[in-house]
Design a binder for this molecule. Sequence first.
Ligand SMILES: Cc1cc2nc3c(=O)[nH]c(=O)nc-3n(C[C@H](O)[C@H](O)[C@H](O)COP(=O)(O)OP(=O)(O)OC[C@H]3O[C@@H](n4cnc5c(N)ncnc54)[C@H](O)[C@@H]3O)c2cc1C
Length: 464
Amino acid sequence: MNPESDKPFTIIGAGLAGALLATLLAQRGRRVEVFEKRGDPRQRGYEGGRSINLALAERGLHALRAAGTADAVLRQAVMMRGRMVHFADGTQQLQRYGKDDSEVIWSVSRGELNIILIDAAEAAGATLHFDRRLGDVDFDARQATFIDDRDATAHTQAFDTLLGADGAGSALRAAINARCDLGERFEPLGHSYKELEIPPGEDGGFRIEPNALHIWPRGAYMCIALPNDERTFTVTLFLPNEALPNALGEAEVPSFATVRSGADARALFERDFADALPLIPQLERDFMRNPAGLLATLHLDRWHLDGRAVLLGDAAHAMVPFHGQGMNCAFEDCVALADHLDRESDLPAAFAAFEAERRPNALAIQTMALENYLEMRERVDDADYLLQRALELKLSERHPHRFVPRYAMVTFRRLPYATAFERGRIQRELLVEATRGRTSLDEIDWAWLDAEVGARLDRLEVEA
Ligand SMILES: Cc1cc2nc3c(=O)[nH]c(=O)nc-3n(C[C@H](O)[C@H](O)[C@H](O)COP(=O)(O)OP(=O)(O)OC[C@H]3O[C@@H](n4cnc5c(N)ncnc54)[C@H](O)[C@@H]3O)c2cc1C
């Protein structure tokens, strides 16, 4: 036990990261209080606001296992074996994510997951306060003011240390920033998203292949669909915010500035997502009712204020959702922070070590998430890409301990994101060099390529 170990932690936000962190700390015997701006989802139903379902991968699962909640989560999850690509001509192709069913991702409901984690936090001994939105923080007096938005009453609370899991619009981040410059930079993507629903079929089953993440790539924009355990799919339409000329400068690419009404949405689907249109009977209603969500990347130079406050999850490093890793990364943060708090002798040192470990990794996955948007919407149906992917699979069979596809390093392994990013860069160079001017795997110079893999990529150790 270190000397700080009896001090209470005050977590801001009982979302995905806040509830998991509360569980992990309480299970280690720490005193934990959690303040959440929304009502208790177990009583009032889950007030969404963000995506309805999410892809859970190995990093997130590992953290859930550490908290003892993985089995409960997986019982409600739907396995996704790969991407089902819906081409513009109406054909489909399943592109497997991994070598077999040990390398899959899981579609989970945000609301159900959040409730499992809130229950786990309480069972571990954390105290949760709902309808408590962080307003002001007095870091000198160590007092925080929370607002109950139901009646606008303010409640003052003494704290020792604040742990900020209050998401991309973090009030704690704003409070720290007012005290010391965190070097905050928001980079909007320029694209937003809207959610639509594919209901169950007439027989009560899934209308399309359930064990896949469906993608309709269309160049500058796309749709995806993830399965839900109640036999529905949540479809997410990603479009630019503003009208853009297309690559030939002819017609403009559809955008939320031009696709504004339910009739516009129907026209867009008739033209570009024709096989999806009959699956979404309430297209107009969903389109008009659901708000367009903004997408952005958040960078900070610092994540903590000495030993008084630290940020994690989206509050520290919000990212675009195209690698399906924001939550997975936030969950990894929780395990890392709990470990540093166990190891380090004082809080400023623990927070500094946490930031030093996690900030480069957050930057790496933020960058890969942005790159993946281009890959998903433009490359998954392109011939060069398909040849490089076929070669990637072959190389991963020939050199399983050296050449691991970047997607697999991020999704099925737990090596640091920054390592996955750097190895991915080297692998991409090899793929481009080996396929240049070639159209099939038969033309590959294997002797040269095998030697280059050995020379450029160290053997990858298996994570504990
Ligand atoms: C469209 C979309 C799809 C996504 N898909 C995936 C995916 O497939 N896989 C994946 O891993 N990630 C995905 N993500 C990212 C993921 O949603 C986030 O990374 C994750 O929710 C971050 O968790 P968090 O706990 O840090 O923040 P949040 O989940 O945002 O939780 C923050 C919590 O803090 C509370 N709060 C906010 N302000 C205050 C305040 N002032 N006082 C008290 N409480 C407050 C909120 O009510 C909330 O409960 C997606 C994101 C989007 C937008």
